[in-house]
Design a protein around this ligand. Structure first.
Ligand code: KG4
Ligand code: ZN
Length: 401
């Protein structure tokens, strides 16, 4: 086993993406050799949400092809792999068990160390993956077409943020403390990291996660699934000068003296608004106004609370993570708020966002977290991971720790 470069095989099946990635990591960088994501979005769309048992069945069906592709694209054989990493929580238990079961089997058959990674730790560590590597992404294709149509994109997804001059740092050597805004379909949390792998949750949602609110609003408006990108697309169509509707939604918990969030009332406000105007549900101007106002309310609360937390905890870096970090307005407005904060404070706060192709669920992020865990692990503990195939636990409600 090379101590300088570690080749990692990472597996993620916690929700509706079957994902396998091969990465190479050293002390300073973690780069992707292959990153295959097979999405089940179309399958679950007709149910309006992810059906756990259906997701598990698809993972079982898709995994062999996805694994074969990931190894093939990376050009590695099982003998080259130093470590296997798998998401072992939180998530949908039938879906998680497919990934952990398969990871354990591979670890046993190939005699490899196995580490479990928290899904949110993965989202955070997506920010630590280098930009300048080739990436294979064919996530939108049906599995039967993936081999033929997979492409290698070089430098296709830099973490640039339009209209924002801040430099984005994707090396493993970001400056701590890091304040992470985690926004996904299942989580909305402000997490303070004083060092690698140390997490202190300073605030979180008391009810719905931000992504969940996007999904529910999309369902109310009947504009498609998954809801986040649909709401964002409609919001983009909104134009102030053309809008004849005056709609405003609350900014829940915005001025409370803590770092918790609540999005369930905001979703209800959207429901009440649309119930008042059933006649307008076919009016494109109305739908785009509702989406724009809703999105802005969510962004205001997320940005406002993050900056307030930065004032209190004085981090050196602010990091955005999770599926909702794909939202252009959130990326940009948080960037601008940090710039403004920097102008009025002496300290310089840097900003990190994941590459767009790594915002949603993928296995590369799980591999990146595993790379750091492996690097920091004492030798005795490393030895224990050789028993991972029989000891690794799977937890639906795992805490970030
Ligand atoms: O992290 P993720 O892929 O899965 C979980 O770990 O939950 O996050 C998925 C969530 C969904 O709720 C989806 O609607 C939301 O991220 N999302 C977005 C956007 N893209 C995905 N929300 C707002 N704007 C987007 N562009
Ligand atoms: Zn996720």
């Amino acid at each position: 086993m090379s101590s300088l470069k570690t080749v990692i095989l990472a597996i993620e099946t916690s929700c509706d993406e079957t994902a396998v990635s091969v990465l190479r990591a050293d002390k300073d960088h973690c780069s992707i050799l292959s990153n295959i994501v097979s999405s089940q979005v179309k399958l679950h769309a007709k149910w309006g949400g992810v059906v756990p048992n259906l997701a598990a069945r698809e993972h079982v069906k898709n995994f062999p092809r996805v694994l074969e592709m990931a190894l093939g694209e990376a050009g590695v054989s099982p003998a080259d792999i130093d470590l296997i990493a798998v998401t072992n929580g939180p998530g949908l238990i039938p879906a998680l068990l497919v990934g952990t079961g398969l990871a354990k089997t591979l670890a046993y058959v190939w005699s490899k160390p196995l580490v479990g990674i928290h899904h949110i730790e993965g989202h955070i560590y997506a920010n630590f993956i280098s930009n300048e590597v080739s990436v294979i992404s064919n996530d939108q294709l049906p599995i039967s077409k993936q081999n033929a149509d997979s492409k290698i994109f070089k430098n296709k997804y830099p973490s640039v943020i339009e209209n924002c001059k801040l430099k984005i740092d994707n090396s493993l050597n970001k400056k701590f403390p890091i304040l992470c805004l985690v926004v996904s379909g299942g989580h909305t949390q402000l997490v303070l990291m004083k060092n690698h792998l140390h997490y202190e949750i300073i605030g979180q949602t008391l009810d719905d996660a931000a992504g969940e609110a996007f999904d529910k609003v999309a369902r109310i408006l009947n504009i498609g699934y998954p809801g986040g990108p649909a709401v964002a697309r409609w919001a983009m169509k909104f134009e102030i000068e053309n809008s004849k509707f005056e709609i405003s939604f609350p900014r829940p918990m915005m001025n409370r003296n803590n770092f918790d969030f609540s999005f369930s009332g905001l979703k209800t406000a959207v429901l009440y608004e649309t119930k008042k105007h059933p006649d307008l549900m076919k009016d494109k101007g109305y739908i785009s106004t509702v989406c724009h106002e809703f999105q802005q309310a969510v962004v205001d609360v997320l940005v406002g609370k993050t900056i307030k937390a930065a004032e209190k905890y004085q981090p050196k870096t602010i990091l955005l993570a999770g599926g909702v970090s794909a939202n252009k307005e959130l990326r940009e407005q948080l960037g601008k708020a940090i710039e403004k904060h920097n102008q009025s404070n002496r300290s310089y706060l840097s900003y990190s966002t994941p590459r767009l192709d790594l915002t949603g669920d993928n296995a590369a992020m799980i591999g990146a977290a595993a790379a750091v865990r492996w690097q920091k692990m004492p030798a005795a503990k490393k030895k224990e991971t050789l028993n991972g195939w029989k000891t690794l636990a799977t937890e639906a409600n795992m805490e970030l720790r």
